[in-house]
Design a protein around this ligand. Structure first.
Ligand code: V47
Length: 364
């Protein structure tokens, strides 16, 4: 049976949503709630797959990249985070520029994208970051440097006593190409108050991304889900991102991050099931009608679930990564990295066509 048959959706009370999706019309918060309440997650997945196929056919993208975490020392103390350490606590580290370059030199293939993020360190000034970017750019002139979440940019601005716009401009001159999507978590203030009370607010996070867009930079965006937030909080988050994209148009890719619970202070009343993860990813694809790409981040999802996500609206598999700390401190069981041929094999294994890309999703 064709799962997209209209009577199938009529019987589930979703005929009007199916019609809207087929016509490319925007879904409302109410539509999103009905998709979350639908008894049949496969029906929601098939709608997301329709959109994903309309946008990208059978293509599933990946990038040869390298993650580098420059420090785990952080003043924010987010309750969900297993990665952070306080200054002076055992296990805390700060990389020197030489350490970062050694990691790049040790990468099995030269990365096209370098993803650099870290904790909000109480004393690292802008000169450290300018020197880090400058050295990486000199080593890898062709690579896109996708570095520093909006939360880090806000922190650098506070430490330096300058505006976030000025921070972005100075880092852009030093080689910053694009901002990664981290730090968004869940925008709803009541949830933020419990999971990341000292972090930038939703408004600050969105304003910094829009500022980056106005300076000609592309950025990514994320949502951390499956902790204490409600499904309505997820929809609210997606709608705020969609409105931000309407204003500035600079988001390239959205990354849904399922919460990993190990070593976290946060109690999770309703841990995610595999199907709830997939349903949420599908609803992200359906709600975010103006963001071109949805990433199945294999590090947090696990490779098999990331493969399934390619059939539930996602079109990107992230990349080689090489070394990952944030998810692995929180119990991720995935490998540290994947080779190009492993990525291609995983993508082919679910009937998609692997396409290598750069950080901006240009095919290479
Ligand atoms: O902001 C932290 C999340 C993010 C946990 O832009 C956790 O291309 C799950 O943003 N369980 C960092 N998630 C990762 C990130 C990212 C990753 C890959 C690609 C891109 C991109 C961005 O990880 C944090 C936070 O939301 N996180 N702890 C945890 N226990």
């Amino acid at each position: 049976m064709n799962i997209l048959r209209s009577d199938y959706y009529e019987n589930m009370g979703l005929g009007d949503i199916r019609t809207k999706v087929e016509a490319g019309e925007r879904l409302t918060m109410e539509d999103g709630k009905r998709l979350f309440n639908c008894q049949e997650p496969l029906a929601v997945g098939a709608l997301a797959n329709l959109v994903r196929t309309r946008l990208h056919g059978k293509k599933a993208f990946y990038v040869v990249n390298r993650h580098i975490n420059y420090t785990n020392i952080c003043v924010n103390g987010c309750t969900f985070c297993a990665y952070q350490r306080e200054e002076g606590q055992s296990g805390g580290f700060v990389l020197s520029t030489e350490d970062a370059l050694a990691k790049i030199d040790a990468s099995p293939i030269a990365p096209r994208e370098v993803h650099i993020v870290g904790g909000c360190h109480p004393r690292l000034g802008l000169n450290y970051f300018k020197s880090l970017l400058g050295s990486v750019r000199a080593r890898l002139p062709e690579a896109v440097l996708k570095c520093f979440t909006a939360v880090e940019i806000a922190h650098f601005a506070r430490l330096q006593g300058i505006t976030t716009r000025e921070v972005l401009k100075r880092l852009q001159s030093a080689g910053l190409g694009m901002l990664p999507g981290g730090g968004a978590e869940i925008f709803a203030p009541a949830v933020r108050e419990r999971i990341c009370p000292r972090k930038s607010t939703a408004e600050e996070w969105l304003a910094i991304h829009e500022e980056a867009h106005s300076l000609g930079m592309k950025t990514n965006c994320t949502m951390l889900f499956g902790h204490i937030e409600s499904r309505e909080d997820r929809l609210d988050h997606l709608i705020r991102l969609r409105e931000s994209q309407d204003r500035s148009g600079g988001y390239t890719c959205f990354i849904p991050l399922p919460f990993l619970t190990e070593n976290s202070q946060l109690e999770t009343p309703n841990p995610l099931t595999g199907l709830e993860e997939l349903r949420t990813i599908a609803i992200c694809r359906l709600m975010l009608d103006n963001i071109p790409h949805i990433k199945a981040y294999w590090v947090m999802l696990g490779v098999k679930q990331a493969q399934a996500a390619l059939k539930f609206g996602a079109d990107d598999f992230d990349g080689t990564v090489v070394e990952e700390k944030i998810g692995h401190e929180a119990g991720a069981t995935s490998e540290q990295g994947m080779t190009r041929s492993e990525l291609e094999e995983m993508i082919l294994g679910c009937g998609c066509t692997p396409v290598e890309r750069d950080a901006y999703f240009n095919e290479v």
